[in-house]
Design a binder for this molecule. Structure first.
Ligand SMILES: Cc1cc2nc3c(=O)[nH]c(=O)nc-3n(C[C@H](O)[C@H](O)[C@H](O)COP(=O)(O)OP(=O)(O)OC[C@H]3O[C@@H](n4cnc5c(N)ncnc54)[C@H](O)[C@@H]3O)c2cc1C
Length: 585
């Protein structure tokens, strides 16, 4: 096993990871040696798929906007589960980040006078979402990637998948990483680390996220003894194209699109009479499923999926050309439909992981409520910082990625600049843990006798179970069944068969590593959903249909225990200015 030593290790090359790498390079003036490790080619990271835009107050006078209004909208959108000190940081730093990207060269869409344009998004009181047509993530990622080329101190390890996080006496030491090309396991040691591995919505089968969004960072942190927070809160985006699940951005509704049912009715008038199609996603997704259950949906016989319509016909050619070009490309290419002349068939799909690794306000990873890991941070979708609480507002994720990419990049750089080189010495504990991991991957997974379980069938069963039993509407007894089923799937997965045992690009092995991670992610979602006996934001319990601030205005924390049931504890929500109130839109 080769040992590689760096000042900072960044796991993940999405928006959060690359922003952290840039910040650590700027802070250290290019002095720190930084490794960015990514299981896909960096520019194939999921962030390139982000469409609609990034939130941040740019024009307080014109739009009657303020940091405080952005923060309030976010807290209300979160169903009052967000930590309000973190939300205030988001609101203050997001505009700086949008302007920083402007200086770096992001081709933002513009107002006629040349200033950065902003559009309305769900749950936001005023237009405050900046965008680059409907390809915002791609342009922000390209900006970061090209700016990083200026720094020789940053090395990107494409197609390297981390399999475990190594901690020693509560201190981060590094990652074990499988080089997918050579098939060799490497040990990366770092003075400081940042986990930026994105979300895990791939545990569902009808989803908008990339194949790679399997929640690896959450799973390997959890199995290393790091607790995870609020995992029961999974966002379902209202408008995914059927049958593929490809996202039709909320910007389509921000630009004036309507949702209609089989009767041609704008049904949102029944559920959110003021905000209509720009209510938060949890409310719209529930409204859509209710319409379908009550018989006002349509059915696609070929896929068996129910759907409703997103009607954009009235927007006109110019809006598509200037603001939503990709939506037209997507519907034309995938279902041969021109949204100028026909409404788009859509259904809610799993989209975003509101929970994640338990971190403090500045992204520092916590071992428990009182004990931070001094040299480890997490940023982006993998971290529960927590600004989204029980329901994220659209366009707040990109701001989170860059704001906490910047914060954690600075903090990790400060730490690494002061840390002695002896931190990179290897100890017996780290050697043993790395060897154990190597043997788990190579001996237990690769050299397994043929004849066991097919991992791809297990994956499909897992995803279908999550769709059917842990979806938008949940119920205690069904969640209990999902828990038993998950245990059986976990047991079967320990007997998974590896068809291909070669070393070079063993995608079969990668998939098994990912499926094991998906099972861990599902475990944290289900256990959180079972124990939260209330309905809040994206977590709706038919058997407990009301929000219960007396008992559940708190974050769920789940700890992994080897061979035992997970342990569930709670931690208070940090409230600064906004007392919980009834959420009306
Ligand atoms: C289709 C779509 C459109 C969206 N549009 C918007 C939008 O317009 N506005 C908005 O605010 N939000 C949007 N979101 C959400 C937002 O895009 C994501 O939350 C955000 O991009 C996540 O960025 P990230 O840096 O945290 O992780 P990702 O971009 O997901 O990157 C994760 C990185 O971690 C690496 N990685 C993962 N596991 C491992 C491992 N085991 N070993 C090594 N590397 C690993 C991956 O290779 C990748 O580089 C959208 C989401 C979807 C699904």
């Amino acid at each position: 096993m080769e040992i590689l030593r760096y000042d900072i290790l960044i796991l993940g090359s999405g928006l959060a990871g690359l922003r952290a790498a840039l910040q650590a390079s700027i802070v250290s003036n290019g002095k720190l040696r930084i490794a960015v490790i990514s299981k896909v080619q960096a520019m194939r990271s999921h962030s390139v798929a982000a469409e609609g835009g990034i939130s941040g107050v740019l024009y307080p006078k014109e739009y009657n906007d303020s940091f405080s209004l952005h923060a309030y909208d976010t807290v209300k959108g979160s169903d009052f589960l967000a930590d309000q000190d973190a939300v205030e940081i988001l609101a203050r730093l997001a505009p700086e980040e949008i302007r920083f990207f402007d200086h770096l060269g992001t081709p933002w869409s513009r107002l006629p006078d040349g200033r950065i344009a902003q559009r309305p998004f769900g749950g936001m009181s005023v237009p405050r979402t900046a965008y680059a047509a409907d390809k915002t993530g791609f342009f922000m990622m390209s900006t970061l990637y090209s700016n990083l080329q200026r720094f020789d101190n940053v090395e990107i390890f494409h197609e390297h998948i981390a399999t475990s996080i190594l901690l020693e006496n509560g201190v981060f030491r590094g990652f074990t990483v499988l080089d997918l090309e050579s098939g060799e396991m490497n040990l990366f040691l770092g003075k400081a680390g940042i986990i930026a591995t994105g979300g895990g919505a791939r545990v569902y089968s009808f989803t908008t996220v990339s194949q790679a969004s399997t929640g690896d960072g959450i799973a390997i942190a959890y199995r290393a003894g790091i607790p995870v927070k609020d995992m029961e809160f999974v966002q379902f985006h209202p408008t995914a194209l059927i049958p593929s699940g490809t996202l039709i951005t909320e910007a389509a509704r921000g630009e004036g699109g309507y949702l209609i049912n089989r009767l041609g009715e704008r049904f949102m008038k029944r559920y959110a009479p003021q905000k209509m199609e720009l209510a938060p996603r949890d409310i719209i997704s529930r409204a859509m499923i209710t319409e379908i259950i009550e018989g006002r949906g349509l059915r696609d016989e070929e896929s068996g999926l129910d759907y409703l319509y997103l009607d954009l016909r009235h927007l006109g050619e110019r809006v598509f050309r200037d603001k939503l070009p990709m939506i037209r490309e997507i519907t034309r290419k995938l279902i041969n439909l021109d949204p100028l002349s026909e409404p788009i068939p859509v259904l809610p799909a799993a989209h975003y992981t509101m929970g994640g690794i338990h971190v403090d306000t500045y992204g520092q990873v916590m071992l428990d409520d009182k004990t931070p890991i001094p040299n480890l941070w997490a940023a982006g979708e993998v971290a529960a910082v927590s600004i989204h609480g029980a329901n994220r507002l659209g366009s707040n994720a990109l701001s989170e990625c860059v704001v906490w990419g910047r914060i954690t990049g600075s903090l990790a750089a400060d730490y690494a600049l002061k840390a002695p080189d002896t931190m990179l010495n290897i100890s017996q504990i780290v050697t043993n843990k790395a060897r154990e991991e190597e043997s788990r991957v190579f001996d237990r997974l690769i050299h397994r006798e043929v004849g066991g379980e097919n991992p791809y069938l297990i994956k499909r069963e897992l995803q279908r179970m999550m769709d059917d039993m842990v979806g938008i509407f949940r119920d205690g007894s069904i969640l209990g069944e999902a828990w038993s089923k998950l245990k059986r799937l976990k047991e079967r997965m320990s007997q998974a068969r590896l068809e291909y045992v070669g070393k070079t690009y063993n995608n079969n092995l990668r998939d098994i590593l990912e499926i094991n991670n998906m099972i861990s992610v599902a475990e944290t979602i289900i256990v959180g959903a079972i124990t939260r006996r209330e309905s809040r934001g994206a977590h709706y319990r038919l058997d407990y249909p009301s929000r219960d601030d007396t008992n559940y205005l708190k974050h769920t924390i789940v700890y992994y225990r080897v061979g035992e049931e997970p342990i569930v504890t709670y931690t208070p929500v940090r409230i600064t200015l906004w007392k919980p109130e009834e959420r009306r839109y």
